[in-house]
Design a protein around this ligand. Structure first.
Ligand SMILES: [Zn+2]
Length: 44
């Protein structure tokens, strides 16, 4: 499978407040929510 998604266990989306919807992008630089449009660059 090329659709690599690593979910962040227990993470709650700050936008839609849903749990276990936050995933890391394949390049590991962004986190995003699979339930809404939330997306954020990870801080170093
Ligand atoms: Zn969300």
């Amino acid at each position: 499978m090329n659709d690599f998604r690593r979910f962040v266990a227990g993470a709650i989306c700050p936008n839609c407040k849903k749990k276990d919807t936050i995933a890391l992008s394949a390049d590991d630089k962004r986190i995003f929510c699979v339930s809404c449009d939330f997306e954020e660059y990870k801080s170093e």
